[in-house]
Ligand binder design. Structure first.
Ligand code: ZN
Length: 380
């Protein structure tokens, strides 16, 4: 409750002009030919050339200074516990710290959390929380009640008592029937107390997302990862706190199958590896550089792919969607000649500003390397 977030008092109109590079988040057209975005009352209303858009009545004008605008980055896999404190690492304020790296949308496990997190938004970050872990005693009616109470996500299948394919499949089916999305723990146990979930259980459970297909931390053998990729059409989630070699292997398989739109990114923080404020940017850079992937496509894994898979209204620069943006630039002294080149060389970009629901939340990031150029607020 200590957070007093900037709230828009009346109607707002945001204009971001002089954009050097606009990444859409959508794989079919990752780079847009536009230098200006207009957003009214938190939603995008115009994308194009400055001369073709109506900037009249703007309440905030941002000069991007030729830098890059991307959709707000989405972390598909986090484990918030109580507010902004994580007992596993005894850290406080970690969600706002993510904002300085990346995040606008997160998913969570605590059953009480959905409403709490929708009210408590550290730094304005949107936390999609309240994801119960399924247990053997649950019946169809429980899923109906959860859905009616606003729960939209299940916690990782496999973390609770249900560890067998047939029971998981039955409950995932009930969840889907009532509009609740599901994900599964894939691979060896993360921490003492959790168990192995292999390809047979993953494929039988048929969750919407194959949670950390690269392990959290212990990955399945490559032949099992291949079987999962080929055996279903579900989302393939790659996490920072997993096996990085297996992430690159999964990327290779997805690309061979011409199925890159299934790839989404998460951190799996705060796990044993800790809280990773730059985790999503680090994944983008890892996959782009070592996976030999154009950086603008890697950014889609962290934005549009996740938004589509999880039915979020952010993640893509498109009229009607949430005005959630990150303004970034090549980090100072990167060997890359521009931002995309620098990411493909393995560097992180520098974040100059984050905007959520059309409101500026942070300016130069305290966590990323400093951006070469930063945007400025030039008018109110
Ligand atoms: Zn897991």
């Amino acid at each position: 409750m200590a957070h007093d977030e900037p709230q828009a008092a009346g109607p707002t109109k945001l204009v971001i002009r002089n954009i050097g590079l606009l990444l859409s988040g959508a794989m079919e057209k990752p780079i847009l030919d536009a230098d200006t975005i207009v957003a009214e009352n938190g939603k995008i209303t115009g994308i194009g050339r400055a001369k073709d858009l109506n900037a009249e009545g703007a309440t905030t004008i941002i000069d991007a200074n030729g830098t890059t605008v991307t959709p707000g980055l989405i972390d598909s896999h986090v484990h918030p516990v109580a507010g902004d404190w994580t007992p596993r690492q005894n850290q406080i304020g970690w969600i706002a710290s993510f904002l300085h790296g990346d995040v606008v949308g997160l998913k969570a496990m605590a059953i009480f959390a959905q409403r709490a997190f929708w009210t408590l938004r550290p730094g304005g970050v949107k936390v999609h929380a309240g994801a119960p872990v399924i247990e053997n005693e649950m019946v169809e009616e429980d899923f109906k009640e959860l859905a009616a109470a606003g729960v939209k996500l299940l916690g990782e299948v496999g973390l609770g008592g249900v560890k067998d394919g047939p029971t998981a499949r039955k409950m995932v089916g009930w969840a889907r029937k009532y509009g609740i999305q599901s994900t599964i723990h894939t691979g060896g146990p993360s921490i003492p107390g959790s168990g192995l979930i292999d390809k047979d259980v993953v494929l039988e459970a048929d969750t919407d997302v194959i949670g950390h297909i690269n392990g959290g931390h212990t990955a399945l053998p490559d032949n099992q990862i291949r079987c999962i990729c080929e055996g279903c059409k579900r989302g393939l989630e790659l996490v920072h706190n997993g096996n990085e070699r297996s992430a690159l292997y999964t990327l290779r398989i997805a690309r061979e199958m011409n199925d890159l739109s299934r790839v989404i990114l998460g951190t799996d923080a705060p796990a044993g590896s800790g809280v990773q404020p730059l985790g999503i940017l680090r994944m983008v850079s890892l996959l782009s550089s070592l996976g030999d992937l154009p950086a603008e496509i890697a950014f889609c894994f962290a934005t549009g792919n996740t938004a589509r898979m999880r039915a979020l209204d952010c993640g893509i620069i498109e009229v009607g969607r949430s005005a959630d943006f990150v303004i970034m630039d090549r980090a100072q002294h990167s060997a890359g000649k521009n931002i995309l080149d620098s990411v493909q060389l393995g560097d992180l970009p520098g974040i100059g500003m984050t905007i959520i629901d059309g409101i500026v939340r942070t300016q130069r990031s305290r966590n990323t390397p400093p951006a070469t150029k930063v945007p400025e607020i030039v008018g109110h």
